[in-house]
Every structure is written in structure tokens, then in C-alpha cells.
Ligand binder design. Sequence first.
Ligand SMILES: [Zn+2]
Length: 89
Amino acid sequence: MVKISEIDAKSMWDNTKQDLPAHQRILSEIVFSNAGSHKVCWICGNEKDIFLISSVMDNGKQMQAILCENCLMIQENTGLRVVESEKIE
Ligand SMILES: [Zn+2]
């Protein structure tokens, strides 16, 4: 279990978003604005069962993200290379 604050989640997003494709960035911005927080699943906005994940992108760069259990599973099945995942308290 890992504890992260809203500020941690926001700065993580600021670091990660520049490496994301534009459409994915726009979708996540909508999720954050609906949730009023960055400490939610960056894909679906789920607030429960969320994980802090580190993954390796195609260019070899490491990226951090917050994903719920379902979205993490889907992303892994479609090729996301997760090197570390820890449940968020
Ligand atoms: Zn999700």
C-alpha cells in the first residue's frame, strides 16, 4: 500500500501528460474535471481500488500513472509494460 496526496497525483500527471498522445491527455483532463481530483483512475475516474503504476513506454522512458484494477488489467492485456504496481490507500 502506498499513500499519495492530491498534490502528488497532480504533479505525477504533469510529468506524465507530455508523453501521452493528445487524445488520451484530453480524455484524462475530462476525467479529472468531473472527479475534481487527480487521485482517481486516469482512464475511467474510478476512486476505489486504484494503483500507482510504473510502466515502460515504447521509447524506453518510464511513466507513472494511476489506474484502477480493471483499467490496469485491460491496459496490460493490450500491451502496457508494467514494471511496478502498488495499491493506493
Ligand atoms: Zn479505471
